[in-house]
Design a protein around this ligand. Sequence first.
Ligand code: GLU
Length: 424
Amino acid sequence: MGTSTRAKTKKKTTSPWEMARGQLDTVAQRINLEADLHEMLRNPQREITTYLPVKMDDGSLKVFTGHRVQHSMARGPAKGGIRYHPGVTLDEVRALAMWMTWKCAVVGIPYGGGKGGITCNPKEMSQNEIEHLTRRFTWELVNFIGPDRDIPAPDVNTNPQIMAWMMDTYSMGKGYPAFGVVTGKPIETGGSLGRNEATARGCVFATVNALDKLGINGNVKVAVQGYGNAGWIAAKLMHEIGHTIVAVSDTKGAIYNPKGFDPVKVYQHKQKTSTVADYPDAEKIGDMEVLEVECDILIPAALEQQITAENAPKIKARIVAEAANGPTMPEADKILAKKDVLVIPDILANAGGVVVSYFEWVQGCQAYFWEESIVNDRLKEIMDKAFNNTFELMKKEQTDMRTAAYMLAVERVAKAVKIRGIYP
Ligand code: GLU
């Protein structure tokens, strides 16, 4: 959800960073994590804040603020997206960087965690202004990112074109083509087939596993919050395998039809009118109501902190598959657990994007590119394994799936930190 949702949910008092740290603290206690390791992991390894002058199309100069946070490089280079959004803060980027560390660990890919963000509203900027902003940001980061140190990727409001500009600017700075510096690139410049759909595809693999474990067969009803890259493609893929999409939303509105609608037609409508709202074959509902409609599966695919103590009691879904990062507040987690809702946590449910980013990086390093079917099969293999490991640990520990995923992830990262040692 965009700014309007943020304004409506302003009441929340916990910042994403406090929330992320709190999640780590809870698990650290549960696994008896050594105090020194815990303290290290509570803090990022490196933070860069940079002020970015951009000549706007009207001739005026505007200075934007950008951040890149490298939370951990214990298991490999930092990895994580770059987001362009008016709500970006350093605290948000810190949280997102920490979540990337756990995400890469839980699916077992050889990366640490990082994240970047620029406080801006790209919806009000021209392509020219976005390009200048991107190039300036990349220039500021040129000595801190790289194929073997920190590898950005797309996130909210960024896309393959923006990744191509980043790669180009970095390559100019270094004096040689460095395709491995970012992932999520266009196919023509070293991208991977399947990367664009990967977050949604991974989320659908996880959801299908969850349905299977709960013994739910046949057609189910799905609601999706957010109609960006993750949300709309998740809706499309769920529809393709025979499920009914009953509600979707974006920053400007939400729609509902208990009989279902075709998500591709809704996407085309959004392309024409810039929003899903007013789609003719559905009823218009409040944008937050999408979380509360009658459905079996809820896919929050917008921003963090959407499912709160207030709306969690009203959620009717049996499964919540977190395509967004950090959509569920810790108090809401407790309420959903009591209601026996299976929450597939973000670090698992949306890991498909970074898994295929990893494939893109591997393919680029080897200069040997795979068929899309190979990408998708290998993604499925990794998602199924991570899902099953997490689900089994959840049962064994009699806990929820988020705690189980964190237990696996934090343990892996802490081991790497410990083996490498603390002193330079
Ligand atoms: N932005 C995505 C995420 O939050 C992808 C990150 C990546 O591919 O590095 O997982």
